[in-house]
Design a protein around this ligand. Structure first.
Ligand code: ADP
Ligand code: MG
Length: 208
């Protein structure tokens, strides 16, 4: 089955629930190497997204995701708002209609491109890019075997979680955590952790 409008909406609602549930964990991670607002930033942003979705009658997956991105950009002040906002807008722009696994892989890849264009982070800089990059690669590789959506999304979630864990020994080279220099080593990146949540919720949403 293709990725359709109700699934797009269910994904975003699941992200909002996961962010609310894990808000304090994200904030704790951001307290260690940032300013302790990552959980509250995302929770505020996705709460606003839920309100926007309540009044929307979306006619495509892209309409849901574009609106999500625009809302995040306008409601989240921290670095993560514009980065995730641009990502969801790029994913939305790539999904004018229902998408098969290969098309969703390309849309997620467009999301990563948007993050990198805005944030200029490379893999290894200890940012959301370190979870998003392996997630897109795993999604694409799994889709290329002809696997259905739940399988591709589960592979992406596992890769994102592994990518997030792998940020722990890295020294941050972008964002607020980079001000800490070597003291950023030994802590998992909050943004990579929320990216793992975003991909895990995609997998759970798509798994029947
Ligand atoms: P702020 O750093 O403004 O307080 P948040 O706390 O909401 O914003 O988000 C912090 C996260 O944003 C970091 O953990 C990191 O993953 C991500 N981030 C910061 N700068 C960049 C960047 N240039 N590119 C990609 N991700 C970034
Ligand atoms: Mg912060």
């Amino acid at each position: 089955m293709d990725f359709d409008t109700p699934q797009a909406e269910a994904w975003i609602r699941a992200i909002a629930a996961a962010v609310e549930k894990d808000q304090s964990r994200l904030t704790e991670l951001d307290s260690a190497i940032g300013d302790g607002d990552h959980g509250s930033n995302l929770n505020r942003g996705f709460a606003a997204v839920l309100t926007t979705l309540d009044g929307l009658r979306p006619d495509s997956p892209g309409a849901v995701l574009t609106k999500t991105g625009t809302t995040l950009i306008s409601k989240v002040g921290g670095a993560s708002g514009p980065l995730y906002g641009k990502a969801f807008r790029a994913i939305g722009a790539a999904l004018p209609g229902p998408a098969d696994p290969a098309a969703l892989a390309e849309a997620l890849s467009a999301g990563l491109d948007a993050i990198r264009l805005l944030g200029k982070a490379d893999p290894g800089d200890k940012t959301i890019v370190d979870a998003w990059t392996p997630a897109v690669a795993a999604f694409r590789a799994t889709a290329a075997t002809g696997a259905p959506l739940p399988e591709a999304a589960t592979a992406a979630a596992e890769a994102a979680e592994q990518g997030a864990r792998a940020t722990t020994p890295l020294q941050a080279r972008k964002g607020r955590a980079s001000y800490l220099g070597e003291r950023s080593i030994g802590h998992q990146d909050p943004g990579a952790t929320s990216t793992a949540l975003i991909f895990r919720t995609l997998a759970t949403t798509l798994t029947p």
